[in-house]
Write a protein that binds this ligand. Structure first.
Ligand SMILES: [Mg+2]
Length: 305
């Protein structure tokens, strides 16, 4: 197990449970009780050399991504984004114009989603660029979407297509905020999260959190053109890319079969949903081939080290 997973497991046990925290560590965002509406809070840390490479992409695109990943977590909770604080450690010698460009990328996307940038912190140090965004939003009257409430018998839906995000989608994706709110307002969704580390790994986390298992219908997984393109040089099949590539930032949802069927036939949802399998009582992940063969699926994807 990686340092990060082990550390988070330790921390989850170590922190004190408080009455006003409705959901702490373990979801796309924490849920905190509020007077009028409950709030969701999430944070993400982006490091040069890990999440982007300074010099290979523009400062504005890096800034945009730093905000977009947080918006995706708010979308995963089916909440309305409200405000963000942003902290940056600039490498020494960083030009003011570059810092401004970084923030122009952030602010342009913030405007599109009506997010107020209300503060943060800046530092300079003799190491690469690091950006941390903390964002919060409000839960609607339909309630938050959580990872731990999938039910046996649910259909598993994904928005897509998936895979090959490294070619450009990971920088330019539009967070599924509007789509998630629309789906939540129309349908009784049981559970959900955003896809950040690959469908198989993220689905394994959702089912573990809900103490259930899943069967994935392999021929139903939506495969992106970028996944096909990448497979020409990667020695992996397009399906493998769709199952294991990170940073799709699409939605993974579960709902009762009748609800899922209505979602699938809804023509004005702003996006297409794909029914890729079902939630089962038996723990773990299983794949079903087009021929009906059932085998254990080893969750693979982007593991944080
Ligand atoms: Mg997430």
């Amino acid at each position: 197990m990686s340092l990060e997973s082990e550390f988070v497991r330790w921390l989850t046990e170590r922190v004190v449970q408080r009455d006003h925290v409705l959901r702490g560590i373990g979801d796309d965002a924490a849920i905190v009780a509020g007077d009028q509406r409950n709030q969701v809070i999430t944070t993400d840390l982006l490091c040069d050399g890990v999440h982007f490479r300074w010099g290979e992409v523009s400062a504005a695109r890096i800034g945009r991504k730093a905000l977009a990943v947080n918006l995706s977590d708010i979308a995963a909770m089916a909440a309305i984004p409200e405000a963000a604080v942003i902290s940056v450690a600039f490498p020494r010698g960083f030009a003011l114009a570059e810092a401004q460009q970084l923030y122009e990328g952030i602010l342009e996307l913030a405007d599109q989603f009506d997010v107020a940038v209300i503060g943060g912190d800046t530092n300079s140090w003799s190491a690469p660029l690091v950006i941390s965004v903390t964002m919060w939003g409000r839960v609607t009257e339909h309630g938050p979407l959580r990872r731990d409430t999938a039910q046996v018998g649910d259909r598993i839906l994904v928005t897509g297509p998936l895979g090959g995000s490294i070619l450009s989608h990971h920088l330019d994706f539009t967070p599924r905020v509007r789509e998630s709110l629309l789906l939540r307002s129309r349908y009784d969704l049981h559970a959900g999260m955003d896809l950040t580390d690959g469908l198989s790994l993220d689905l394994s986390r959702l089912v573990a959190s809900s103490q259930v298992g899943a069967e994935l219908q392999l021929d139903a997984v939506p495969i992106s053109n970028d996944a096909r393109l990448l497979s020409q040089s990667s020695h992996k099949s397009p399906l493998e890319h769709a199952l294991t590539d990170g940073e799709d930032f699409e939605l993974l949802l579960t709902a009762a079969p009748d609800v899922a069927a209505r979602i699938m036939s809804d023509k004005d949802l702003l996006l297409s949903c794909h029914d890729v399998g079902k939630i089962i009582a038996e723990p773990g992940l299983w794949s079903i081939t087009p021929g009906g063969q059932r085998t254990r699926l080893q969750p693979q994807g982007y593991e944080h080290r």
